[in-house]
Design a protein around this ligand. Structure first.
Ligand SMILES: Cc1cc2nc3c(=O)[nH]c(=O)nc-3n(C[C@H](O)[C@H](O)[C@H](O)COP(=O)(O)OP(=O)(O)OC[C@H]3O[C@@H](n4cnc5c(N)ncnc54)[C@H](O)[C@@H]3O)c2cc1C
Length: 169
């Protein structure tokens, strides 16, 4: 096990949800957070799904963040590549890059009864301790990519609703 780091907030995965959350945290003046992404690239769904014709099924403006509406979409229903570029644009514009760590796979989140704190463990054995409690600050944004272990954890803490949606915070 490597040296334990401390973060106020750890966000697992770097898709649309993480980018929105990261930008919101920065706007709120919270900067001691990290986004851990197991792939070597950001983007989630819009990185993974590159099949011909992959595109937004709602108008691009509606799929855009409320705070980043002024984007030169080429089509009413933007293609995958453009949505992927939009996410990168938001990361750049809102200076999220220093918070993102690529190629970091979260394998475990464990709770310490004594300190009432959670820590996150990665595949390489790194442990990140969270200053606040899990309910407030471990934010899993991974939906389709959740392992059953993490799903059970989220369910135990009422993050997963009956209809399968996940409440982030
Ligand atoms: C093919 C396809 C098309 C879609 N089209 C639309 C659409 O047109 N309109 C619409 O509204 N919605 C659409 N969706 C729904 C889409 O899932 C959401 O709109 C949104 O992009 C999901 O973002 P997210 O950040 O929640 O999750 P994701 O985009 O799934 O991002 C999760 C990230 O977490 C990472 N991750 C997973 N596990 C770990 C781990 N253990 N450690 C570290 N990182 C991890 C993954 O690599 C991934 O990058 C589509 C979904 C799919 C699959």
């Amino acid at each position: 096990m490597q040296e334990k780091k401390e973060r106020d907030i750890t966000i697992v995965g770097c898709g649309f949800a993480a980018v929105a959350l990261g930008i919101s945290l920065k706007k709120a003046g919270l900067n001691n957070f990290t986004i851990l992404e197991r792939s070597n690239e950001i983007g989630g769904v819009w990185r993974e799904n590159t099949y011909p014709g992959a595109a937004c099924d709602v108008p691009s403006r509606l799929y855009s963040f409320s705070f980043e509406q002024d984007y030169p979409w080429s089509l009413r229903y933007a293609p995958q590549k453009e949505i992927f570029e939009y996410l990168k644009h938001c990361i750049d514009k809102y200076s999220l890059t220093p918070h993102i760590r690529l190629g970091v796979n979260v394998t475990k989140a464990s709770y310490d009864d004594e300190s009432a704190k959670w820590s996150v463990v990665t595949k390489s054995g790194e442990e990140i301790a969270l200053i606040y409690s899990f309910q407030q600050w471990v934010c899993s944004t991974t939906r389709q990519f959740l392992t059953s272990q993490v799903k059970n954890l989220l369910r135990a803490h009422n993050f997963i609703q009956r209809d399968g949606t996940i409440t982030l915070i």
